[in-house]
Design a protein around this ligand. Structure first.
Ligand SMILES: Nc1ncnc2c1ncn2[C@@H]1O[C@H](COP(=O)(O)OP(=O)(O)OP(=O)(O)O)[C@@H](O)[C@H]1O
Ligand SMILES: [Mg+2]
Length: 270
């Protein structure tokens, strides 16, 4: 049997003062598969993602291990991360504006990883960057490439974040709330783009969202976190339609009225 791409085994994270952030979390994600992480604000979704990409804030105590492509991931600050982060694991960060460099054109930001890791020059890097921006459907990519992040819409910045994350064709893409704050149409376009990348590039996707519609649209399996504990996991459909845990039922009910459209729209056509 082939090994899963990612195996998180008993991952626990606590603060320096001993406050638990994540407790004994285990999960697996197969190559080309999709997994959603759900849970209320502060439940540990981003921390789980940062653990997998080796970017946990300094000072936290971590136990357990994460196996990726059959090898345990290195400790933080190990130079071995250079071959993994950005190359084998890409991440779209929760805040696209803070994740992007405000003083660098988007072409250069997308080209940077290519130049550093592919041994190509900046001229070629920028050309490849335009192709990537086109791939994530930034309109008039060649012109747009010269823009700075603040000159783009929220949806376009998310696309740039995705272009950077997929530039080196990672085996795993982690997307942390990639569609929050976007209108429903753009939200759906971004999810379709992610699903297309999963299909065409055989990329695995770990998708973090508090929106059940988004998770149901784009993930096969789902894990629900509460105060750092996994309270439920299984096929997304099953977890969302017949949640066994009161907390998950609460999460589904917590969607404010008026956002039903938002919840339903991404699921249409399924
Ligand atoms: N640098 C840090 N040091 C200590 N604790 C932190 C740090 N960053 C976050 N935390 C704590 O870790 C817990 C989990 O936070 P996390 O960011 O993973 O939540 P989340 O599920 O992603 O929430 P949201 O939906 O709001 O993004 C929270 O209690 C948070 O206060
Ligand atoms: Mg978060």
């Amino acid at each position: 049997m082939t090994q899963p791409l990612v195996r998180v085994e008993g991952l626990s994270i606590e603060t320096a003062s001993g406050r638990p952030i994540l407790r004994d979390l285990s999960l697996t994600l197969g190559r080309g598969k999709t997994l959603g992480l759900a849970g209320e604000s502060g439940s540990g979704k981003t921390m789980t993602a940062l653990g997998v990409i080796g970017l946990l804030p300094a000072g936290l105590k971590t136990t357990g291990r994460i196996v990726f492509e059959d090898n345990p991931l290195p400790d933080a600050n190990d130079p071995a991360w250079d071959d993994i982060r950005g190359r084998r694991i890409g991440m779209v960060f929760q805040e696209p504006l803070t994740a992007l460099n405000p003083a660098m054109s988007i072409a250069d930001q997308v080209a940077e990883g290519l130049v550093r890791h592919r041994g190509i020059g900046w001229r070629q890097g920028r050309r490849d960057a335009v192709a990537l921006l086109d791939r994530v459907r930034i309109p008039r990519a060649a012109e747009r490439a010269k823009n700075y992040p603040h000159e783009l819409s929220g949806g376009q910045r998310q696309r740039v974040g995705i272009a950077i994350a997929i530039a080196l064709r990672p085996a795993l893409l982690i997307a942390d709330e990639p569609t929050t704050a976007l209108d429903v149409t753009v939200q759906r376009e971004i999810l379709d783009l992610l699903s297309e990348l999963v299909r065409d590039e055989e990329m695995a996707l770990m998708l973090i969202s508090h929106n059940p519609g988004v998770l149901s649209y784009a993930t096969e399996n789902l894990l629900v976190l509460r105060h750092g504990d996994c309270v439920e996991s299984g096929p997304t459909r099953q977890v969302l339609t017949a949640p066994s845990h009161a907390y998950t039922r609460g999460l589904l009910e917590a969607i404010p009225r008026g956002s039903h459209r938002q919840r339903r729209l991404p699921m249409e056509g399924r």
